[in-house]
Design a protein around this ligand. Structure first.
Ligand code: NAP
Length: 272
């Protein structure tokens, strides 16, 4: 065993079920044990770090499953897009060494919250990438949109994406939204196939909304029962939706990074 002064601490390893992730998980566990860490079999809320092996999808599922834990996380990418993931399986040993020496930084990951109100109750939803409001069964949806209580538009089209800075490189980017540096505390409102005709006028571009301002969306009466809310890819259907209020969540996640300058290199490597 390598002699380290650090107390024996707990680390969560979360991996998806593919073979490469399982193999990487075993290698990582062996390396961490050499440095005196304890690896928890089940997700441990007292852990000092969570390591997520797989891709962004696996990371998003883990965060939702464990209730947005404030434990710092880092991702090991095993062959997916892996935008949230900083290390490759080949760099595991270097990572464990640097982590043990305290050579890392922690960054906040901002989250989006939606309060969905029906005629009888309100529900709170939280997303890491985005929360989407759209019509069921590919129907056109008509939504009254206000920002900071100022009416902006009556949107008609497929729907609206409200994305976080970290989620700006996901669905938002495909829908023509902008890439936002993750440290900026903003939301982005991006239209999905907005209709512009003699019948309907909708904004064609996205808008960046600062922290502290809410985005209020009221479906038109005829659409109250055709609203679908999609949180990081997971669908929710409610009846009689009268209002959805979006804002930056008070909760954050914490991402551990060895190289905080790597965001733009990642954009180049993953998208260009
Ligand atoms: P999924 O198959 O889990 O993910 C779809 C793709 O989006 C995967 O390649 C995934 O990376 C990537 N991705 C996820 N988060 C990202 C981020 N922050 N930056 C860059 N790429 C990211 O699909 P799902 O379960 O339906 O939903 C998960 C996410 O997929 C949603 O939150 C949404 O943002 C995105 N999505 C995109 C589109 C689109 O672009 N047209 C449509 C629906 C959903 P990995 O390969 O590493 O998992």
């Amino acid at each position: 065993m390598v002699n380290v002064s650090k107390e024996k601490k707990i680390i969560n390893i979360i991996n998806n079920n593919d073979i490469r992730s399982k193999e990487t998980s075993m290698l990582l566990e062996a390396q961490l044990k050499k440095y005196g860490y304890t690896i928890s079999d089940e997700f441990n809320y007292n852990a000092e770090l969570s390591i997520c092996i797989g891709g962004d999808g696996a990371f998003l599922r883990a965060v939702h499953k464990h209730g947005f834990p404030y434990i710092p996380f880092i991702g090991v990418n095993t062959g997916h897009l892996g935008f949230f993931h900083e290390i490759t399986p080949e760099k595991i040993n270097t990572f464990v060494e640097n982590y043990t020496k305290g050579k890392y930084k922690l960054e906040d990951i901002y989250l989006v919250e939606a309060i969905v109100c029906t005629r009888t109750s309100c529900m709170e939803l939280v997303g890491v990438n985005e929360i989407v409001i759209k019509g069921i069964e590919s129907k056109v949806i008509h939504l009254n949109v206000s920002i900071a209580d100022n009416h902006l538009e009556c949107f008609s089209g497929d729907g609206l994406i409200v994305s976080t800075p970290s989620g700006s490189t996901a669905y938002n980017l495909s829908a023509g939204g902008s890439i936002v540096y993750p440290a900026l505390k903003t939301l982005q409102l991006t239209p999905l196939c907005p209709i512009n005709s003699k019948a309907y006028r909708s904004l064609q571009n996205s808008a960046i909304i600062p922290d502290g301002m809410t985005i209020k969306v009221n479906p038109e009466y005829r659409d109250e029962n055709t609203v679908l809310i999609v949180v990081d890819g997971k669908q929710f259907k409610y009846d009689n939706v009268v209002e959805v209020i979006f804002k930056l969540s008070d909760m954050t996640l914490r991402r551990l990074t060895l190289d905080s300058q790597d965001f733009w290199s990642k954009v180049r490597d993953r998208f260009i």
